[in-house]
Design a protein around this ligand. Structure first.
Ligand code: PTJ
Length: 269
């Protein structure tokens, strides 16, 4: 067998898993440019696994969470969007667009601080049209003492003063630390029972690839809404219940697969 040393990323468009493979290769390519950390590949694979169990679609529970998240971000005094390697690689244009609509700056905040990564992410965001990016000057950073990972270094004009922090694709420690210092956290995580998911005020259990366009759509809709209406949306949302309903969705989907997966296979032979 001849090894494919070139790792040719050209995937035939009619491949049954075209969409999934396209993003997988995007992550691999952006690892080579330093945007994505090596561990970002593993994180992506973990996400893919949960995405399967959710039927690879935006479920009702995710839609509810997105609506509440936008309401919270629009009512914030200082909302901020925290950007890591995976998110920058998968949806740079959407990050910039959402940031402009909800008036929340983008701050690069990394778990793996390899030299050159901040610049690589800055480039990709600028290429997507970002005019202002926080978290660039390491000399100016201040620390969140409650956090021991690299993520403790934050921009004094960004996460430090924010009341609402949007953290797509997180590792566990930071959400807990941000909560302990009184911030509201909106998270996107395909794993409904990760520490991030459980600690966040609003957890969107869905793939960031589908979440960002949906957030943009809802943000455009709710931007003109009055404060009272936005607060009602936030009050009605119960994160714990929503996560439990998401787990029910996984259970239901798995039960359905138990019955139908082999039938589908037989019919396609
Ligand atoms: O760029 P850095 O250095 O800041 O590092 C970013 C990663 C993602 C590598 C880092 O934060 C990390 O190691 O994260 P974890 O602990 O692997 O957690 C990432 C979570 O995101 C996991 O629960 C995954 O299931 C989830 N996830 C992965 N891909 C997606 C996702 N959630 C939503 N959409 C995805 N595409």
């Amino acid at each position: 067998m001849t090894p494919n040393n070139d790792q040719d990323p050209k995937i035939p468009i009619d491949h049954p898993r075209y969409e999934s493979l396209k993003y997988r290769h995007k992550i691999i390519e952006e690892m080579k440019t330093l945007v994505v950390a090596e561990a970002g590949l593993i994180a992506h694979g973990r996400g893919e696994c949960f995405d399967y169990m959710l039927g690879e679609k935006t479920n009702e529970t995710a839609k509810e969470a997105i609506k509440a998240a936008i309401a919270l971000l629009l009512t914030a005094t200082h909302a901020i969007i925290s950007v890591n390697g995976n998110t920058a690689a998968l949806c740079p244009n959407e990050l910039v667009e959402l940031s402009e609509i909800i008036n929340a700056p983008l701050e690069i905040n990394l778990f793996y601080r390899k030299e050159g990564r901040i610049e690589a992410i800055e480039n990709i965001l600028q290429g997507a049209g970002a005019k202002k990016i926080l978290g660039l000057n390491e000399q100016n950073m201040v620390e969140i003492e409650e956090l021991s990972s690299n993520r403790r270094n934050v921009d004094p004009n960004g996460i430090k003063i924010a009341d609402v922090v949007f953290v797509p694709l997180e590792d566990g420690d930071r959400t807990e630390a941000l909560k302990k210092i009184g911030k509201k956290v909106v998270a996107v995580d395909l794993n409904p029972i990760s520490r991030t998911s459980l600690w966040a005020d609003i957890t969107i259990v869905d793939n960031i690839i589908r979440v960002m366009p949906e957030m943009i759509k809802i943000a455009k809709k709710l931007k003109g809404a009055d404060e009272k209406e936005l607060k009602k949306i936030i009050e009605r949302f119960d994160n714990k219940k929503n996560i439990q309903l998401t787990l029910d969705t996984i259970i239901k989907y798995t039960k359905k697969q138990k019955k139908t997966a082999f039938v589908k296979l037989r019919n396609s032979i």
